[in-house]
Design a protein around this ligand. Sequence first.
Ligand code: SF4
Length: 368
Amino acid sequence: MVLSEAEDLKRYSFEIGAIRPPSEGGSYSLLIRATRNCPWSKCKFCYGTPYNREKFQMRPVEEIKEDIQSVKHIADGITVIAEKLGGMDWAGKVIDPLFLYEKDYGELNENESSNLQSLVNVYNWLYSGGRTVFLQDANSLIMRPSELIEVVRYLKETFPSIERVTSYARSKTLSKRSLEDLKAIRRSGLLRLHVGLESGDDDVLRYVNKGVTAEEQVLGGIKAKEAGFELSEYIMPGLGGKKMSEQHARNTASVLNEIDPDFVRSRPYTPNPLTPLFEEWTSGNFELLSPHGYLREIKMMVEDLKFNGRLCFDHAMNFWRGRDGRPLFRMDYSGYKFPEEKDEVLDLIEEGLKIEESRHVQRIEYLM
Ligand code: SF4
C-alpha cells in the first residue's frame, strides 16, 4: 500500500552531527548541520572530543540547502504515508530497518544508517509539530553573517511551521560580531543561542584554555541579548578544582549578573579520559571537588547571583541526591526562576550538604 513511498524515502539522507543540547532533543528539533566540528577544539576539559577531534569545516551554503531539500522530500513522503495509513503512529511503523531494509539495525551499512537516522529525525520532528530546528555543530555564528542568514531564511521558507531556530555559539565569536550583524541574524529567525561560558574567572578560563576572557564573555553575552537572542549560558561547577573554587564561583556569578541571560545551565565538570585535564587530574595536578565541594561552590555562586533568568540543572551530570534519594534539583529544562526561586535553590543546597557524601554518586568510576 505504501511500498513506493517507503522506497522513495530510502533515497534521501542529510548530514547529522554528533551532539545537540538536551533541551533541543527534548523538543525533537530537526538537526541541520551548518558547520562541521569545533573551530577551537582546545579547551582542556573537552578538547573537541564530542566531535572526535575531527577538523573544523565550513559547509558551502548550497550543500546545506541540499540537506534542507532532502528534509523536505522526507517530510513530504512521511506525510503522504501517514495520510494513507491513517496517522503518524502508523507511519512510524515504516521507519524501521526491518521494514525498509529487511535488516536489523546493527546490520545496516553506512548509507542505510545515515538514511535511517535522517528519517527518524524528521519523523520525530514532524510528530512533535515541526516547530524547532537546531543548527549543528559547535559554533554556527562563525559563518559569514550573510550566509547564516541565507540558511535560516531558506529553512523558514521551506518549512513555514518552524517557530524556533537555535544554535551553539562561542562568546569569542559573539564578541567580535557587530551588533548590526547579530540583529540581522536574529531577524532572519535564529532565536536562541547556547553558549559554553563555563567560567567567568580569567584564571580558570586561562587554565582550561577556553580561548576567551571574562570581558569577552560579558561583551558577547550582552551583545547577544541586545540583538534580541534568547540566551542560554552553560556553566561548569568544579572546573577550577579545589584551588580556584571560590574565585570560579564568585566571578562566574559576577559575569552572569552582567550578561543577565535567559537561562543558566549547570554542567558540573566530569573528567573525560580523552582530554588533557583528565591527565592532570590522574597525575595529581588537578584536585577534583568532593560532592559537597561542588555544592559549596554552587552555593557561593547562587548567593552572588542577581539575574532575572532561570537556573537549570537539566542534565544527569548534576548528580546530587536529596533526602528521598531522588535528584536534589529539578532536572527540567526551565529550572528555577531568579530571583523568585533563589531561596529554594539555596535550601536544596543545604539539604544536599546534610546528606552523607557517599550518597551523592558522581559517575567517574566508569571513566577510569
Ligand atoms: S569550544 Fe566547546 S566544543 Fe570546542 S573544545 Fe571548547 S568546549 Fe569543546
